[in-house]
Unconditional design. Structure first.
Lengths: 112, 116
């Protein structure tokens, strides 16, 4: 079973539209990290969330971590073709260890 | 460029051959991680080092896999007697910090392995 569920698995939006990607865990998240990956390349760090209720923004991307620290959402406002790629959430789910588990990713395509 | 680097970027090998990948982390990062990623999946943890000590290994890391970080700087991942199921992207990441939940990792571009 997947410990970190992402939804949707894929998303196609028209340029300029807003979108939201969700990441859900059945366990408490000690740290939640959002990454972007282009096909065949490494992961680019976007944001880290650690505290319940925390929200961070960078340019047109906003990420939130719920109070229970079991769900995070990534919201893109006024999407652009440059936002296209695979968005991955990664998390520490065990206190005292430093390895990530990752969701399966959300493939975003933005139509110009 | 002071990011994480990996070599080679691509490797094609025949089944049964041995391959070795190298990862150079960001300078002074004491933690180094290896992940494997197959098509349509997120990265899966393989192993990690704190300095030269290998602190954890995933069950995914069979006896054919070995990783080293001899001087606490660069790391190598070797796969012996490769199988077609080993075909994947192998990602390396490094991290500068310790502490619960504070574990931002910086990833390299990956090595894509194809086993024929």
């Amino acid at each position: 079973s997947q410990e970190l569920e992402q939804s949707p698995q894929s998303l196609i939006v028209q340029e300029g539209k807003n979108l939201t990607i969700n990441c859900t865990s059945s366990k408490t998240l000690y740290g939640l990290y959002w990454y972007k990956q282009k096909y065949g390349e490494g992961l680019i760090f976007l944001m880290m969330l650690q505290k319940g209720g925390e929200e961070k923004s960078h340019e047109k991307i906003t990420a939130k971590l719920d109070e229970k620290k079991q769900q995070s959402s990534l919201h893109i406002t006024a999407s652009q073709p440059s936002h296209a790629g695979i968005y991955l959430c990664g998390a520490d789910i065990t206190s005292g260890t430093y390895k990530y588990i990752f969701g399966t990713g959300t493939r975003l395509k933005v139509l110009a | 460029d002071t990011g994480v680097s990996q070599n080679p970027r691509h490797k094609i090998t025949k089944r049964g051959q041995n391959v070795t990948f190298r990862c150079d982390p960001i300078s002074e990062h004491n933690r180094l991680y290896w992940y494997r990623q197959t098509l349509g999946q997120g990265p899966e943890f393989l192993t990690y080092f704190q300095n030269e000590a290998q602190l954890e290994k995933s069950r995914l890391l069979s006896d054919r896999f070995s990783a080293e970080r001899p001087k606490g700087s660069f790391s190598t991942l070797e796969i012996q007697r490769t199988e077609q199921g080993d075909s994947a992207m192998y990602l390396c990441a490094s991290s500068p910090r310790l502490g619960q939940g504070r574990n931002e990792q910086f990833f390299g571009p990956g090595t894509r392995l194809t086993v024929l």
